[in-house]
Design a protein around this ligand. Structure first.
Ligand SMILES: Nc1ncnc2c1ncn2[C@@H]1O[C@H](COP(=O)(O)OP(=O)(O)OP(=O)(O)O)[C@@H](O)[C@H]1O
Length: 574
């Protein structure tokens, strides 16, 4: 946890918190001493003047206690809140730069839990540490010394009380700590199921799996609640036990104190002060116990946060980048092989092809043949396992991620839009784009009509673009990719939800766009018609490139291509 604080909290604020806390402890310890003085020298002797002076000192000391405590809480809150803010920012930043492999390793719901719940745990405990963990030992030592100074004989009571307290707190910690630690994993599981249920609610309803899902969520919820019930029952037992121990201590001190007063070896004021110090000692022990119970849970949270922050990205940025030597677009795959980190087998082997500015590359193959994987290597979402991918003549691994991202515009298979105006969505890859450019992109993407029929560029897009149809969403993501000024435009199965006519019109508009003469277009398609007019078509079969050529060449002599054609003959292509 302290490692997480390094560089994220202000040293001066932490130092200020400690100084105010020490001031608070010292002034708090001084108060019972003043009470003893008032009783011993003022009330007992009937000295009103002494009482007034001592009361004034008490008032001033109390004001100091309040000011020191306020300043300590104020600074501790600032330190812990700032830490939370920085951790959330750092995790989010890390996630944005993670390779897809690392993202898959942690999982979306766990990332959400880590950014919210885990950060909150750490934040709360840091606040607690800055208040209690430092205060408790100082208070304990200070109160013990003061109590000893008031009456050494009475301290015998602690010889009995402290061991009892230690045993009780030890038992509580023994039970509570593992349960507290388990809370985070159970929260993670609960969030995972809840998130899956929310995102897949339509599927759940369509398959009538609501009861199964309810049961699955119910079990996780029950598991979480059982654990929480146990933890909080144990924690709830602490205050009454402490009250009992404190009550017993008071009785012991009063009983012994009464004897010493009768023997005239103790003054009444000192007895009152001693009792207050005794309570302060016991309270400090409790504070420490609470800290020791909650710290392990926060430690578990801190480890989960560090698990994300310490992830070493597989995508290493080059020390010195070699900017694209060519001003004209080019794309080359040299004997590319690729295997996912968690997978046993390669999903791509021996992929070889070249494309120049003005050309279109079509990629076709059965489901799971590696089409999406292949195009994700162009924008360096993953690094190749063997061979090399060259964009504009230079290996993508020699270019920074920012450089490569400016070269490649992608319309993904899953059409994702963000909540906001359509203009904001379209300008996502090019904030400078003018209205004219946006309408031009919409026209190519065959989205002009339905956007005009709505509120134009100001049309509101709901979360995930849920107020558009699947085909409309696809066309908008195509337009968004086209608005970006890139060298290579990748359309990963982006035409799948379009009807044949719209698909054909879109591709024709793309071909006729004068901008595309200096660019490369890569189209992944399931339908032969989508990729038939490409300059080069790659045919994939179980990760192998089994064909490369034009439609006419492949139609004449490529068995896999012919098979795909046969299966789609009713689609109208021959
Ligand atoms: N993140 C991943 N981790 C491990 N294996 C993966 C991952 N993504 C895809 N795969 C595997 O890689 C293979 C190729 O997947 P890919 O998505 O590239 O195929 P595709 O041709 O685009 O399929 P489709 O046409 O169905 O979209 C599949 O066998 C798939 O199971």
């Amino acid at each position: 946890m302290f490692q997480l604080m390094k560089g994220r909290v202000s040293f001066w604020k932490v130092a200020g918190t400690v100084i105010f806390m020490i001031l608070q402890v010292l002034t708090t310890l001084y108060l019972p001493n003043l009470t003893a003085d008032i009783v011993n020298n003022g009330i007992t002797k009937g000295d009103t003047h002494y009482i007034i002076i001592a009361s004034g000192k008490m008032l001033l000391t109390s004001i100091l206690v309040v000011l020191a405590s306020f300043s300590n809480v104020f600074l501790a809150a600032q330190v812990s809140q700032k830490l939370g803010q920085k951790l959330r920012t750092d995790i989010y930043q890390k996630v944005l730069y993670m390779s897809n492999d690392e993202f898959d390793q942690v999982g979306t719901s766990s990332l959400i839990t880590r950014t919210t719940n885990d950060v909150l745990q750490v934040q709360n405990v840091v606040m607690m540490l800055l208040r209690m963990m430092i205060m408790a030992p100082i208070m304990m030592i200070g109160a013990s010394l003061m109590a000893y100074q008031k009456n050494a004989q009475l301290t015998q009571v602690f010889l009995i009380v402290i061991p009892i307290l230690a045993i009780v707190l030890g038992i509580i910690m023994y039970w509570a700590v593992p349960l507290f630690k388990a809370m985070q994993q159970k929260t993670d599981r609960l969030n995972l199921i809840f998130r899956e249920g929310l995102t897949g609610v339509r599927v759940i309803r369509a398959f009538r799996q609501d009861q199964y899902e309810q049961k699955r969520f119910g079990q996780a919820n029950q598991d979480y609640t059982h654990n929480a019930e146990k933890v909080y029952s144990i924690v709830a037992a602490m205050p009454p036990i402490m009250t009992l121990i404190m009550g017993g201590t008071n009785i012991g001190i009063t009983w012994l104190g009464a004897h010493y007063i009768a023997q005239q070896s103790l003054q009444v004021g000192n007895l009152i002060a001693f009792m207050t110090y005794a309570m302060q000692i016991l309270m400090s022990c409790t504070m420490l116990a609470v800290v020791f119970v909650v710290v392990p849970r926060a430690q578990a949270s801190a480890a989960r946060i560090r698990g994300v922050l310490d992830l070493q990205s597989q995508l290493q940025e080059p020390k010195t980048s070699s900017p694209n030597p060519s001003s004209r677009a080019s794309l080359e795959f040299r004997k590319v092989g690729f295997r996912y980190q968690q997978a046993e087998k390669s999903v791509l082997t021996g992929v070889n092809f070249q494309a120049q500015a003005g050309q279109t590359v079509g990629i076709i193959g059965g489901t799971g043949s590696g089409k999406t994987t292949l195009v994700s290597l162009i924008s360096r979402m993953y690094d190749v396992t063997t061979g090399a991918v060259l964009v504009n003549g230079s290996d993508v691994r020699q270019q920074t991620l920012t450089e490569i991202n400016t070269q490649v515009a992608v319309a993904f298979q899953k059409a994702i839009l963000f909540k906001g105006s359509l203009r904001e969505n379209l300008q996502y890859g090019n904030s400078e784009a003018t209205d004219e450019q946006l309408w031009h992109a919409l026209a190519i993407a065959q989205a002009q009509d339905f956007v005009q029929a709505a509120q134009g560029l100001e049309t509101w897009v709901e979360q995930d673009g849920s107020n558009f149809s699947g085909g409309q969403r696809q066309r908008l993501t195509i337009a968004r990719a086209l608005v970006k000024e890139a060298a290579i435009y990748v359309f990963d199965d982006s035409f799948s939800a379009l009807d044949f006519q719209t698909d054909a019109r879109l591709r024709q508009a793309l071909r006729q766009d004068p901008r595309m003469k200096t660019k490369i277009i890569v189209i992944v398609g399931q339908r032969i018609s989508t990729i038939a007019d490409a300059d080069t078509i790659l045919v994939l079969d179980q990760g192998q490139m089994v064909g490369c050529g034009t439609h006419a060449e492949l139609k004449a002599k490529n068995a896999t291509y012919q098979e795909i054609m046969q299966s789609q003959i009713k689609g109208g292509v021959n």
